[in-house]
Design a protein around this ligand. Structure first.
Ligand code: CTP
Ligand code: MG
Length: 227
C-alpha cells in the first residue's frame, strides 16, 4: 500500500501571533512542519507533499528534506488540501491529510490510520473522547442543555483516505466550500468514516498556550520520531 501524505501548512497562524507562519515556528529548535513531516515518514508514509504560503516557499524548502514536495496553498485549508491533492500522484493507493499544526503526533498514531486503510476502510479519522461537561448555549450565552458526551469525539489528524475516494469527493465539492477537515468532504459525498484512537500528543497548536505545552511534551514524542 503506497501512502502519500499532504501536510496543510499554508496558514498564517493568526491566533498564535508569531512573526513567521505557524508551520515555521520552532518547537524544540525545529519548525513545526519538520516535526509533522518526520512523524508521517516514521509512521509509514512513503512520500510527503507540503502546502506552503506562496511567499514562503524558500523558507519551507530550507526547513524540510529535499525529497518533500512543496506546493502553493490556497486561501482556506480546504483550498490548500485541494492543491496538495492535485500533485499527490496516481501512484498513491491512500492519502493521509495532516496539519503542520500537530507537530508531536506520534508515529504509532499515523500507523493506526494506515492500518485501518489497509483493512479496507475508505476514510479514517483519529479521535479522542470528550472529557469536559459539554453544553449548548442560547444566543445570550445561557446554558440551554447539556449534551450527553458518551458518543462525542474530538477529531484529529492525520486523516486517511482511499485516494480515489478523496479525489472524487473534492471534485464534487463546491470550489468556494470551506470545511474544517477532510472527513467532512468525504462525508458530504456519502462515504462512511471509520474512527481509530487518536493521541493527546497530536493536539493542535492554535494559541500561544498550546505551544508552551508542546515544548513540555517534546521529549515524549522525539524519541519515537528520531529513535
Ligand atoms: N492551513 C492551510 N491553508 C490555509 C489555512 C490553514 O494549509 N489557507 C493549514 C495550517 O497551516 C494548519 C492547518 O491548516 O497547519 C490547521 O489550520 P489552523 O490551525 O487554523 O492554522 P492557521 O489557519 O494557520 O491559524 P489561524 O486560523 O489561527 O490563522
Ligand atoms: Mg485557520
Amino acid at each position: 500500500m503506497h501512502a502519500v501524505a499532504i501536510v496543510a501548512a499554508a496558514g498564517s497562524g493568526s491566533r498564535l501571533g508569531a512573526a513567521v507562519p505557524k508551520a515555521l515556528v520552532p518547537l524544540g529548535g525545529r519548525p513545526l512542519v519538520a516535526w509533522a513531516v518526520d512523524a508521517l515518514l516514521a509512521g509509514g508514509v512513503a512520500e510527503v507533499v507540503v502546502t506552503v504560503p506562496p511567499a514562503e516557499r524558500a523558507a519551507f524548502a530550507a526547513a524540510l528534506p529535499a525529497e518533500v514536495r512543496l506546493v502553493d496553498g490556497g486561501a482556506s485549508r480546504t483550498a490548500s488540501v485541494r492543491a496538495g491533492l492535485a500533485v499527490a500522484g496516481v501512484r498513491a493507493d491512500v492519502v493521509l491529510v495532516h496539519d503542520a499544526a500537530r507537530p508531536l503526533t506520534p508515529p504509532a498514531a499515523v500507523a493506526r490510520v494506515l492500518a485501518a486503510l489497509a483493512d479496507g476502510a475508505r476514510a479514517v479519522v483519529p479521535v479522542l473522547p470528550v472529557v469536559d461537561t459539554t453544553v449548548l448555549v442560547d444566543d445570550d450565552g445561557v446554558v440551554a442543555e447539556a449534551v450527553p458526551r458518551a458518543a462525542l469525539r474530538r477529531v484529529q489528524t492525520p486523516q486517511g483516505f482511499d485516494r480515489a475516494t478523496l479525489v472524487a469527493a473534492y471534485a464534487d465539492l463546491d470550489d468556494a466550500a470551506e470545511l474544517t477537515d477532510d472527513a467532512a468532504v468525504v462525508r458530504a459525498a456519502g462515504v462512511p468514516v471509520r474512527t481509530v484512537p487518536g493521541d493527546e500528543r497530536s493536539a493542535k497548536i492554535t494559541v500561544p498556550h498550546d505551544l508552551a505545552l508542546a515544548e513540555l511534551g517534546v521529549g515524549l514524542t522525539a524519541s519515537e520520531v528520531h529513535p
